[in-house]
Design a protein around this ligand. Structure first.
Ligand SMILES: Nc1nc2c(ncn2[C@@H]2O[C@@H]3COP(=O)(O)O[C@H]4[C@@H](O)[C@H](n5cnc6c(=O)[nH]c(N)nc65)O[C@@H]4COP(=O)(O)O[C@H]3[C@H]2O)c(=O)[nH]1
Length: 663
């Protein structure tokens, strides 16, 4: 058997055979073809492979109309007995003595199949050259070109030395030296073709007698491109092009192995953007997507070069820091991310702002496996989010309990809204100096079937994040209006009832209409209804806020700024907003009268608010001495445990009735 025959036999990936149409025989075929031919293309007749009469008739037509060397103008599909798919090509060849035959090749459609069984037929170089789509080259032991198939020349051009084939010269040398030591070699490698550098599968064999090399090449660039595309699809986020959760797990697993082996630490930051859902809901997904891209770039620019940023989906990101050893380093990176991320983003012709909440966990202090590290960093992030956004927290054990509670509450919140598991409690507002009850604040509570009464601090942030605050907020407004109606029907003198709005609710497009409908349906006089907003809500988009506040004012209700002193605290700026009341945050009231800075702040705030014609109410009043100080500063109203905790509807009615009796 010649080396070429052996090469064709063992290494040629294609099934190839020649048909002598006139004789109805298949005089030449390789092992791969033999397996296919057994199925259907031909039968053994008198020890010879033969084609059927019908096939002979069809092929004769093509032989008559095509010249030697011409490829048939079509390919035909072929499925083997095992279900392997092939695309079959044919070209007209000379069988000598002026006779024409067909050279046929079956190209596997899925993957290159290794030929297993050896072939007993001799195949000659001249015959091999007939296979029009077979790319092969023969070269000497020094690498000098000897001969090649047409297909090879068409693909690679003039090659004088086999080394010219290889895209990387080092790869050529190592390939040749390996081939001289081994008899045959199979490798996937990049070759320089006329179309540029492309991935190929090469099969080579070394004839030790003649010291020549045979090389079959098969272009697998398309398969490689598909593999790469598939890899990117599975492992990268298409919006930000950042690696995704799959790669995160892979890196964390390998970081863990390295850290264990070298007794090192590594850390991760779990980031979640604050209020991103609000932006998505209000400005649409296109704006949301653009913002996510800008934020991802910003975060990437804020982390050290060895760190890696992943997008988990939505507005969640993770940074893995393998070369960071201390918690302090992790904290300083979290700080720099927060600082950079919170600068404005020019998105869709707007200046957008967004902040991030970050949780930090480190191996081995906080967990010694990937799942728990991620879970604990997430718990710390949740803590940052529920504490007040734009913060970072380092994981502590007790956070795990909180996150469990968070998940349980989250799952139940939707159901709770459907089943109306909520009640409003009412905390009286007291006028100074006569201490008459002039109003109340409605405060929501969740009466959980298993956990009992849950305070709003525990579920309002969750409702905000999930968007459930919209139906919940509407329920509060409607319930508060109905309550005012019930008190009126019970003969209680009119008081002003206020409800809290959340920032997401404030951005709700039809909020003004919803409030108007609730007031109309219950017949509540708008002047007895008040909305409590926070400064940060108004500052998010000042112009839009001003318009919305004016719409509320047109309805006739009053507007109050809650938690005053904890946000921007710019009275001059607040003048732009049509508000009537300022509520001083209870953190300023707590140590009032104890001769601290807060006294001066509260006094100045009340004086300035009075000069701007704004009513001032102090919340969190717990002692008589605080009332005395506030009275001295001419504060108009107070609210706090000194007078009453928030009460259920029935208790509030009794409280009111008692207050009239004692007046
Ligand atoms: N230490 C102390 N605390 C006092 C005193 N007087 C009143 N408080 C508490 O201070 C909170 C006042 O409400 P807030 O600042 O608007 O803060 C509220 C408000 O931001 C939010 N919230 C409550 N109900 C609603 C609601 O219906 N919608 C929205 N969006 N948020 C609500 O939850 C927060 C917490 O509400 P609560 O737990 O009911 O807590 C209430 C009240 O119980 C006092 O003398 N000392």
């Amino acid at each position: 058997m010649t080396d070429l025959a052996e090469l064709l036999d063992h290494k040629m990936p294609l099934a190839a055979w020649v048909i002598d149409v006139e004789q109805s025989s298949v005089p030449c075929y390789n092992a791969a073809a033999e397996r296919l031919l057994t199925d259907s293309l031909s039968d053994i007749k008198s020890g010879q492979r033969a084609i059927s009469g019908a096939l002979k008739e069809r092929l004769s037509f093509y032989l008559d109309t095509h010249e030697i060397g011409e490829l048939l103008p079509f390919k035909w599909p072929f499925v083997s007995k095992e279900g392997a798919q092939y695309s079959v090509t044919g070209s007209v060849v000379s069988l000598g003595n002026g006779r024409k035959g067909l050279s046929v090749e079956a190209h596997p459609l899925v993957a290159l199949e290794k030929v297993a069984t050896p072939l007993a037929h001799d195949i000659h170089v001249g015959m091999l050259a007939q296979f029009k789509t077979l790319s092969f080259v023969i070269f000497s032991n020094s690498g000098t070109y000897i001969s090649a198939s047409d297909c090879f020349c068409a693909e690679f051009g003039d090659i004088h030395n086999v080394r010219d084939l290889f895209a990387v010269s080092g790869a050529a040398n190592s390939f040749i030296s390996r081939l001289t030591q081994q008899e045959s070699l199979s490798q996937e490698i990049r070759l320089s073709t006329k179309k540029g550098v492309r991935w190929h599968k090469i099969e080579a064999s070394h004839n030790k007698e003649t010291d020549t090399f045979y090389l079959l090449t098969h272009d697998i660039q398309e398969e490689r491109d598909h593999e790469v595309a598939l890899y990117r699809l599975n492992n990268y986020d298409s919006l930000t092009h950042l690696p995704n959760r799959n790669l995160l797990y892979q890196q964390l697993e390998s970081a863990l192995v390295n850290a264990r082996k070298r007794h090192r630490q590594f850390g991760l930051l779990y980031l979640d953007l604050d209020g991103f859902k609000v932006i998505n809901d209000n400005f649409g997904h296109r704006v949301g997507d653009e913002l996510i891209q800008r934020v991802a770039e910003r975060i990437k620019g804020s982390i050290p070069s060895g760190a890696c940023l992943y997008r988990l989906g939505g507005d969640e990101f993770v940074v893995v820091l393998e070369n960071t050893s201390t918690i302090e380093e992790l904290e300083s990176i979290a700080q720099s991310i927060m600082q950079n991320a919170s600068n404005t983003y020019p998105v869709a012709k707007m200046e957008m702002m967004i902040t991030a909440s970050i949780g930090i966990a480190s191996y081995p202090q906080h967990a010694d496996d990937v799942d728990n590290l991620l879970k604990n960093a997430d718990a710390a992030m949740y803590r940052a989010k529920s504490t007040g956004h734009n913060m970072y927290f380092v994981y502590e054990n007790r956070m795990a309990d909180n996150i469990n509670a968070h998940l349980t509450l989250g799952g139940g919140l939707r159901k709770a809204i459907e089943e109306e598991q909520f009640v409003l409690h009412y905390q009286p507002k007291i006028r100074l100096p006569d201490e008459a009850v002039v109003g109340a604040e409605a405060l929501i509570r969740w009466v959980h079937p298993e956990l009992g009464m849950i305070s709003p601090d525990q579920f309002i942030p969750l409702a905000e994040e999930s968007g459930l605050i919209l139906p919940l907020g509407e329920w509060v407004i409607r319930r508060a209006c109905r309550q005012l109606q019930e008190w009126r029907e019970a003969g209680v003198p009119p008081i002003k009832l206020s409800v809290n709005l959340s920032s997401r609710q404030f951005m709700q497009a039809d909020l003004v209409d919803m409030v108007r409908r609730a007031l109309e349906e219950t017949g509540v006089d708008p002047k007895n209804f008040e909305l409590e907003l926070t400064e940060s809500m108004l500052m998010n988009d000042a112009q839009q806020s001003i318009e919305k506040l004016h719409s509320f004012r047109k309805l006739g209700l009053t507007l109050s700024i809650d938690d005053f002193g904890t946000g921007y605290s710019s009275l001059a700026y607040l003048k732009k907003f049509p508000i009537q009341t300022l509520k001083i945050d209870r953190s300023f009231i707590h140590d009032l009268g104890l001769d601290c800075d807060n006294d001066a702040i509260v006094k100045a705030t009340i004086a300035m608010a009075n000069s701007l014609n704004l009513k001032v109410i102090a919340e969190g009043v717990e002692s008589r001495s605080q009332v005395d100080v506030l009275n001295g500063y001419e504060c108009q109203e107070v609210q706090g445990y000194l007078f009453s905790k928030p009460l259920c509807s029935a208790d509030f009615l009794t409280y009111m009735q008692n207050s009239y009796d004692t007046a």
